[in-house]
Design a protein. Structure first.
Length: 63
């Protein structure tokens, strides 16, 4: 459940970054790629948990 909340937060952040980019206000364009990678990381962990591959979320690499 914590991972789902984290995923929603990253999705909101990505939407925010897209809006900033379209408006020409995005200062750090690398943040867009980092956020996409974080979304992929969380989705991978969720899928691994679904398949029974990954039991506990790794909390040392969260924001």
């Amino acid at each position: 459940e914590e991972l789902l909340q984290e995923l929603e937060g990253f999705k909101r952040e990505l939407l925010n970054l897209r809006v900033q980019w379209q408006a020409g206000e995005l200062k750090n364009s690398a943040q867009y790629g980092k956020t996409r990678r974080e979304i992929a990381r969380v989705k991978t962990i969720l899928r691994e948990m679904e398949l029974g591959i990954h039991k506990e979320p790794n909390k040392e690499k969260t924001k």
